[in-house]
Write a protein that binds this ligand. Structure first.
Ligand code: SF4
Length: 399
């Protein structure tokens, strides 16, 4: 079973691969449904594809907007370019974009995006007959429904989301953001108004807003929990699903790395029929997240996927930076968050068994001068008494 991780930019892509992803999904500057993510220039897409293939990994490109007439000419150009650089698949939801790929990049496999909301084996069969290689199933399916799709279409690849944010609409089929903020969710620009806190204003009393209180926590009437299926990976593995996917192209490098290694570990355990250890599962509580849920995995109970008390992230750990080099027991960190003398920090690595917690006794700046704390966007050095694996990330507990 493949582990598919998000790559919001080239740096995150490299961490996803080094932390255990078998494949990544990414997008060019347009057409990929995450307009707020930094995404990839054409030059970066060439380099990213070469990098993935050099590591024996795959790269799938999202072209899953619902295209308007004005998009078509540029889309054709983009599809031809992606065909030339030999990406491993297109992720598509719009039949018009599907036709363009068939016409101009017929040798590249097509994966049908979750945005196409495939919820039955008949719908999956429809796309398969048109030539789709894989279906990224709607999030709104139970595992029993997924098994039935696999039973009816054993040769069709199935992919499912196992982790990350969910929509309160059928994945992205929603005009809230267009309506309230003129930002089109179906062209990658959702501003997430479903998570806003709403008040009531009477027509003749502007400026006088009344809280809409469901209870003492106010009312977040449309606020989805985050999906977390780490405890169900063994069942998913047995169900015949071909690929599990992590949401989060706009999340941090630390999120991508830590979630990827956790699910990588879970797949290894499922393959060897071992239990997943609780300290591995705990890693998913050490990233910024909303209240977790198992989505629709057991039943189509949409109330259990919503959280009405707050849309704020739960954040117990802070991402502090990456270890960019080491030399004779000294590590250099590209700093993203402040840390000070006397604090404890965690150094985490692709294999969780290598993780370390250390107390900071000395910090050196770029000129080798001792300093009391790190400053973001600089690099600092710390002394360790041992060597550590490559691709380390630094974090600290904040709550
Ligand atoms: S507003 Fe909310 S439900 Fe609608 S597309 Fe955006 S995230 Fe999804």
């Amino acid at each position: 079973m493949e582990l598919l991780a998000p790559a919001g930019n080239f740096e995150k892509l490299k961490y996803a691969i080094h932390y255990g992803a078998d494949a990544v999904y990414a997008s060019g500057k347009n057409f990929g449904l995450r307009a707020q993510s930094s995404n990839f220039t054409n030059e970066e897409l060439i380099q990213a594809t070469e990098f993935c293939h050099s590591q024996n990994k795959k790269i799938y490109i999202t072209v899953n907007i619902f295209a308007h007439n004005e998009d078509l000419a540029e889309l054709e150009f983009h599809i031809k370019f992606l065909s030339e650089i030999k990406v491993d698949a297109f992720i598509i939801s719009d039949p018009g974009v599907f036709s363009l790929v068939r016409e101009f990049a017929s040798e590249i496999p097509i994966h049908i995006s979750t945005q196409a909301n495939v919820t039955s084996w008949k719908s999956a069969q429809f796309w398969a007959k048109l030539g789709a290689k894989r279906i990224i199933l709607a999030r709104e399916l139970t595992i029993d429904e997924i098994k039935e799709i696999k039973k009816n279409l054993p040769d069709l690849e199935l992919e499912m989301f196992v982790h990350g944010a969910m929509c309160m609409s059928y994945s992205g089929r929603c005009l809230l953001s267009s309506y309230l903020n003129a930002r089109d969710a179906n062209r990658g620009n959702c501003s997430q108004p479903c998570r806003w806190k709403y008040n009531l204003i009477e027509d003749t009393r502007p400026g006088n807003s009344f809280p809409i209180e469901e209870d003492e926590h106010d009312t977040y009437i449309m606020n989805s929990k985050d999906l977390n299926l780490i405890d169900r990976v063994a069942e998913i593995y047995k169900s015949g699903v071909d690929s599990i996917k992590i949401e989060g192209r706009m999340k941090s490098l630390y999120y991508v790395a830590n979630v990827t290694r956790t699910y990588h570990n879970a797949i290894l355990r499922a393959e060897s029929q071992e239990e997943l250890s609780s300290n591995v599962q705990d890693e998913l509580n050490k990233i910024s997240h909303r209240v977790y849920s198992e989505g629709f995995f057991d039943s189509f109970d949409s109330m259990s996927t919503q959280y009405h008390q707050s849309s704020a992230y739960i954040r117990d750990y802070q991402f502090l930076g990456e270890i960019i080099s080491q030399n004779q027991g000294e590590i250099t960190i590209a700093v993203r968050g402040k840390f000070s003398l006397g604090e404890e920090i965690d150094l985490i690595f692709p294999d969780i068994k290598d993780d370390l917690t250390i107390k900071i006794e000395k910090i050196f700046d770029e000129e080798e001068q001792e300093i009391p704390f790190s400053k973001p966007n600089r690099s600092v050095k710390l002394k360790l008494n041992n060597t550590v694996p490559d691709w380390g990330i630094v974090r600290k507990k904040i709550r």
